[in-house]
Design a protein around this ligand. Structure first.
Ligand SMILES: Nc1ncnc2c1ncn2[C@@H]1O[C@H](COP(=O)(O)OP(=O)(O)OP(=O)(O)O)[C@@H](O)[C@H]1O
Ligand SMILES: [Mg+2]
Length: 247
């Protein structure tokens, strides 16, 4: 099967820090791939390299075989790669529904405040809210919503761009232990329903075990192991460098 996304030998340094020291990775259509690894290993850097926020010093990024290395983030988004952030990028003074309407309007490029609430757009927004189980919270101001809701709203806004690939940086960070699994259940169900391939950075090994089809382990800008969670998370070296530290 042809990879949806392929990284080939990515390198980048920040001063003396090597954040990517030859990263090669394939992401296949339909899979959910987890990236784990200690703080500072280069996980977020990898997402930034794939989405055009950073340009590699060496190496290439391919989307369905087409080179996208270093293209501007908005161009890469338009090609079908969306991003959800560790700290959701939301308009906190607006409601859940308004945030989604803004995402839908932004997708169309040109819009005005006066037409933001057009019926067809509200209808589409409703669909995305339902997809993430947020329909009951449509008129809640984001500032008053729990972190789990903000994360799901951020995902809804990313999915509104109709991506083929969604890159998520720590979707459960800041989410309470009780909320974590239900947030991930909802998120993964939405990805599957929309047939969106996903890569997510995660520190919680329970979440990785339950939701990842495959896992890649980062250390010091390199991938030290890759495979099925039940195998990779048994590897003594992985346990020592990642799991032991984090559990
Ligand atoms: N824009 C930047 N400028 C300078 N240094 C950076 C930049 N981005 C990342 N770094 C450095 O590169 C290294 C890798 O950072 P990165 O954020 O990718 O790690 P991470 O694996 O996402 O860590 P965490 O689990 O803490 O989020 C770190 O040492 C970080 O300080
Ligand atoms: Mg990070």
């Amino acid at each position: 099967m042809r990879p949806l996304l392929e990284a080939q030998d990515l390198h980048i340094r920040f001063g003396g820090v090597v954040a990517a020291a030859g990263i090669s990775l394939q992401v296949y259509p339909g899979e959910v791939l987890a990236i784990i690894g200690p703080n500072g290993a280069g996980k977020t850097t990898f997402l930034n390299l794939c989405t055009g926020y950073l340009k590699p010093e060496r190496g290439r990024v391919l989307l369905e075989g087409r080179e996208i290395t270093g293209l501007p983030p908005r161009v890469i988004t338009r090609l079908g790669v969306a991003r959800a952030f560790q700290i959701p990028q939301l308009f906190t003074e607006h409601t859940v529904e308004e945030n989604l309407l803004l995402a839908l309007a932004a997708r169309e490029g040109f819009w005005r405040w006066t037409t933001l609430r057009e019926e067809r757009r509200r209808h589409e927004a409703k669909g995305f809210l339902a997809l993430l189980g947020l329909e009951g919270l449509a008129s809640t101001p984001v500032a008053e919503a729990p972190e789990g809701v903000r994360k799901l709203l951020d995902v809804a806004m990313a999915l509104a761009l109709k991506p083929r690939l969604l890159l998520l940086d720590e979707p459960t960070s800041g989410v309470s232990a009780e909320e974590k699994l239900s947030v991930m259940d909802t998120l993964v169900r939405a990805l599957k329903a929309q047939e969106v391939t996903a890569v997510f950075v995660e520190h919680d090994m329970e979440v990785v075990r339950r939701y990842a089809d495959r896992v890649a382990v980062w250390t010091e800008g390199r991938i030290m192991a890759e495979g099925k969670p039940e195998e990779v998370l048994q590897d003594p070296q992985v346990l020592a460098s990642v799991v032991g530290v984090e559990e």
